[in-house]
Design a protein around this ligand. Structure first.
Ligand SMILES: CC(C)(COP(=O)(O)OP(=O)(O)OC[C@H]1O[C@@H](n2cnc3c(N)ncnc32)[C@H](O)[C@@H]1OP(=O)(O)O)[C@@H](O)C(=O)NCCC(=O)NCCS
Length: 142
């Protein structure tokens, strides 16, 4: 647990990709934010990191792992950090860490979720394509 989002950004691995606040419509019957709401933002954040790395379109091929460590509530400010862990010929594996800042008077920031996703570089037709460093060597064929 850290005190502020500045501390979270020091604790997080990678770059801030997205910062967002859940709304009352995003909570489940327990009053916690839906896991699917968090997963959608994780997918978006990973996609932004992979798109930059692939210099073009990407598609998520796998959510390799996801762990919900703490619930998220309305009023939390949710920050997603991304780090490219490895690349293959067409794929990019991205780690996403999600932190929530809560409490106005004495704010605390907790890591709420972590995930790893694999995304694949795709062309305009949705077919996989080589990452730029391989495309430069071998033409555009996979
Ligand atoms: C992404 C897509 C174009 C990949 O095409 P494909 O012919 O199936 O690709 P391959 O099986 O050859 O795999 C491509 C790369 O992804 C990796 N990959 C495939 N499945 C994987 C998995 N389950 N976990 C991790 N990596 C995986 C492969 O290792 C390969 O990596 P490399 O080229 O860096 O060595 C195709 O699967 C697709 O269109 N999927 C749907 C994508 C989509 O709609 N996503 C949104 C859903 S919410």
């Amino acid at each position: 647990m850290t005190a502020s989002l500045d501390d979270a950004s020091r604790a997080a691995h990678g770059e801030l990709a997205l910062r967002v606040a859940p709304m009352p419509a995003d909570v489940n019957i327990n009053g916690d934010v839906f896991g699917g709401w968090i997963l959608a933002r994780i997918d978006l954040a990973a996609g932004l990191a992979a798109m930059r790395r692939a210099r073009g379109r990407v598609a998520t091929v796998a959510v390799n792992s996801v762990q919900f460590k703490q619930p998220v509530s309305v009023g939390d400010v949710v920050s997603l950090y991304t780090q490219v862990l490895r690349t293959g010929r067409t794929s990019i594996t991205v780690a996403v860490e999600v932190f929530a800042e809560r409490g106005h008077d004495a704010p605390v920031t907790v890591k709420v979720t972590e995930a790893q996703l694999t995304l694949v570089a795709i062309d305009d037709h949705g077919r996989k394509r080589l990452l730029p460093e391989f495309a430069a060597q071998a033409g555009d064929d996979c």
